[in-house]
Structure formats: structure tokens, C-alpha cells
Design a protein around this ligand. Structure first.
Ligand code: CU
Length: 168
């Protein structure tokens, strides 16, 4: 049994470097307000956008929370992740899927946190790419304490920033 597990781990380890170096994939490690790692996202670029797959722990249980791409490349937990800046908004649009002049390219649907405080999600954002003009590599993924109302300016009432991840 042990031998089989070691073989599997080795196979995974040798398969991983190629994917990590690819221009069409990225990873983002989430940091919580305590400064500790809270989870991870993997990002894969498709022809018309980016697929974001993630799992983050220590989030508020049984609640919908806002999830955005913010513009800066910094997650400073000592100042509530303000260093990440505002939403990624290359077209100077309004915030919100339901706003008259929205949305920001970094706007994404609210996500649900399980009763164990884990947010598990797979989200496709068709307004961004990993590299180039609308590229999000070097920007940040952000999870908030409240849900996004998809209308209010400039952040949809999303509340406190709880977890932040720089896309690398
Ligand atoms: Cu946000």
C-alpha cells in the first residue's frame, strides 16, 4: 500500500513542473487576515477567458460571499488587503453585472461557503485573459465577508476583505 502511494506521489511530482511553467496556467495562494495560507486557486486560460478552480478554508460558514479580481499585485494582511487596490477594470466600466454601465472585468458571481467554512468553486471569467491586454497574472483574487449586490458603486457592498491571493 505504502509503495503504491509513493509511486503515485512521484508520478504527480514529475508531471507538475511542466504545467506550472506553462503560459496558459497560473496558481494563486490565498492568505487570510491572520497572514497564514488559507487555500489555493489554479487558473487555466481558455480561448475566451480564464477558468478559476479553488478551495479556501476559514471563511464565514453558510454564507454567500463576493469574489473579485483586484488590480494590484499585493496582499498585505496587516492592512486588511487594501494593498490589492480596487477591482480590475481596464474598460473603466461601472461595478456590477446589473449596473447600467457595468461590469468590471474583475467582477464575478458570489460564491457559497459550506458549513465547514470551506469555499470550493469553479468560476469561468470570460472578460479576462492570463497574459496580455486584459491579463490578470500579477493581479489578485479576493474573497469578501459580504455578498456582492451587483449594483452599488464601487464595490457592490462586498464588505471586509477576508482572503487575498496573488496570481503567479
Ligand atoms: Cu473585491
Amino acid at each position: 500500500m505504502k509503495r503504491i502511494m509513493i509511486a503515485t506521489i512521484l508520478a504527480l511530482a514529475t508531471a507538475m513542473p511542466a504545467a506550472a511553467q506553462s503560459q496558459s496556467t497560473a496558481t494563486a495562494d490565498f492568505v487570510g487576515l491572520d497572514g497564514k495560507q488559507a487555500g489555493r486557486a489554479t487558473l487555466t486560460e481558455g480561448k475566451k477567458g480564464v477558468l478559476i478552480e479553488m478551495e479556501v478554508s476559514g471563511m464565514p460558514a453558510n454564507r454567500w460571499v463576493a469574489f473579485h479580481i483586484h488590480e494590484n499585485s499585493s496582499c498585505d494582511h496587516t492592512h486588511g488587503f487594501e494593498s490589492a487596490g480596487g477591482h480590475f477594470n481596464p474598460t473603466k466600466a461601472e461595478h456590477g453585472f446589473l449596473a447600467a454601465k457595468g461590469p468590471h472585468a474583475g467582477d464575478m458571481p458570489n460564491q457559497y461557503v459550506d458549513q465547514d467554512g470551506k469555499l470550493r468553486a469553479q468560476v469561468f471569467n470570460g472578460m479576462v485573459s492570463l497574459n496580455g491586454k486584459n491579463g490578470i497574472r500579477g493581479r489578485t483574487l479576493m474573497i469578501h465577508a459580504e455578498s456582492d449586490d451587483y449594483r452599488s458603486q464601487p464595490v457592490g457592498g462586498a464588505g471586509k476583505r477576508l482572503a487575498c491571493a496573488v496570481i503567479r
